[in-house]
Design a protein around this ligand. Sequence first.
Ligand code: F6P
Length: 327
Amino acid sequence: MINNTTVKRVAILCSGGDCAGMNPAVKQFTEYATARGLEPYGINMGLAGLFRGDITPLGYHDVSGIVYRGGTILGSSRFPEFHDPEIRKVAAEQLRRHQIDSLVVLGGNGSFLALECLRRECGVSVVGLPATIDNDVYGSEMALGVDTSLNVIRHCLDSIRDTASSFHRAFVVETMGRDCGYLAIITALTSGAEVCLVPEVEFDITAIENRLRGEIENGRTYLTAIVSEAVDGGAQMLTEVIESRLKMACRTTVLGHVQRGGSPTVADRLNAFEMITIAVDELLAGRESFAVLSQSGRWVPVQLIDIVARVISIPPNLLSMAHRLAN
Ligand code: F6P
């Protein structure tokens, strides 16, 4: 357990899909931990790097000029091998070798579960900070990277609307999000899409067809539809329906990894600073094994055990707005 009397070593790593906001978080971690008398370390390439012992001290010079950069200077990885207790033992040994007693992880649910196992088996104090464009961390309204991703998608959608309206075409746009339709719903609502298909909302393709047919008869000349990547049949299915049944020329755009990049928005930079500040303060206060989550618009510490392996549900008001676009 950390206390104020001894300088302690804390490490940070990024796990899973990278996202905007990780760099501001690494910067604040380094600067704030140092200012509070801790020794900050960075672990390169996520849990895979931890397993290999790719661990280096972090100083002011390492994090200068990174606040506006997307991605993460530390690198990230998916490392399913971490589910193996033997692999975690090696990881814990690497932390011990560097005398690191607390580990801060920027990532999603999968990483938090792995962390909780590491804490239980090896007594390492761990902190989970939600950082994923999927916005699927249980108990948190927001995750780092979501705001930037939504703004990247909004920019793409505005551009697509320009060509759709000029050419009298339909566009079906596929967004990321893994099993969570958050990005798709917010995008559909804020870009004025006519259709939104997400895994959380049952859709009726005949009802959608009839609604759109009526609108086309009333003068609609183009349309945009958003489909989340986990939807059955996906964007291709909807494109075929629009072309074959509504006889409107339709193109499919899979946005892909552009959604993960980009300079972090002001909101993501501020979120990064706030969650790191709370994480360091709580560690110094002696708290162990917790996450910092966004609840009722504030970042608050919550015990990790209460959130791991639980599935997020999208707020009902968003789901009911999405329902209108799925029928
Ligand atoms: O978790 C972030 C995410 O971008 C998901 O939205 C997507 O399903 C997945 O990662 C893509 O993974 P990869 O970068 O390994 O192709």
